[in-house]
Design a protein around this ligand. Structure first.
Ligand code: GSH
Length: 246
């Protein structure tokens, strides 16, 4: 069975869970927090980042590479448009989200507000957060607003573009940022539409379990929620920074 190393708080791992759930593919999860991965985690992904997919002998890190693999391996209910031009645009938008929204919403905002105090027991740099909210986020949003669909999904059907952006905006919300629907109405309506799907709501349920359950009870809580949790884990003990950690 396919195994995913990662948990539903990560926007990158969430993308993969959403893709698997949309395609109704059976999988199990090793819900580690990446900083707590042990040596086996480093062997599987030298970048020490989640998600990592294991499918038999195949080990693949990186959310977009994984999602493209899943679309190739399970072509039912495709998550990338068939038309070449739309497909290229879907890939570009996903890359923009992974790198630029990742930079602003995850490495700056979510890291400062959530990861730093929780994992590293350090204070949030509020000056940096203020600069992100005043400058970086509006720049990103101003570019994104005319790209967003007038209604519904980005393309004819639900795609990785929708799931990816909804996933990053979820983390920005967890970090306390709320999207101004008057200033960026198209993006607001688009993200609301995707986040309101039962598919997305289910991922938020598991995210909340991760955020509110003591570590030793997480596996039981995720199982009770309907996930298959792997019998073994690449979890280690003390947290450590990876080669690309901020
Ligand atoms: N490009 C990667 C990025 C994955 C990523 O950065 N994951 C974060 C969690 S949100 C992580 O594992 N961080 C660990 C670290 O920074 O050391 C992907 O798309 O999967």
């Amino acid at each position: 069975m396919i195994r995913i190393i990662g948990n539903h708080v990560s926007p990158y791992a969430r993308k993969v869970f959403l893709a698997l759930d949309h395609k109704e593919v059976d999988y199990e999860i090793d819900p580690i927090v990446p900083f707590f991965g042990g040596d086996d985690f480093t062997r599987l992904n030298p970048l020490r980042r989640i998600p990592v997919l294991i499918d038999g002998d195949l080990v693949i890190p990186d959310s977009t590479v994984i999602c493209e693999y899943l679309d190739d391996r399970f072509p039912e209910r495709p998550l990338y448009p068939a038309d070449p031009a739309q497909r290229a645009r879907a890939r570009w938008l996903e890359e923009f989200a992974d790198s630029r929204l990742g930079d602003v919403m995850i490495w700056k905002l979510f890291f400062q507000r959530n990861v730093k105090p929780r994992v590293w027991k350090q204070e949030t740099d509020e000056a940096l957060v203020a600069q992100v909210v005043a400058q970086d986020l509006p720049e990103v949003m101003d570019w994104l607003e005319p790209q967003a669909p007038a209604a519904g999904y980005m393309f004819d059907d639900l795609s990785m573009t929708d799931l990816t952006f909804a996933s990053f905006f979820r983390n920005a919300a967890l970090a306390g940022w709320s999207l101004d629907a008057e200033r960026w109405p198209r993006v607001a309506a688009w993200i609301d539409h995707v986040q309101a799907t039962p598919l997305f709501a289910r991922s938020v349920m598991f995210e909340q379990i991760m955020l509110t359950t003591p570590g030793r009870e997480v596996a039981a809580a995720l199982t009770a929620g309907g996930l298959k949790v792997a019998a073994t884990s690449v979890r280690g003990d003390a947290p450590r920074r990876g080669p690309m950690s901020v």
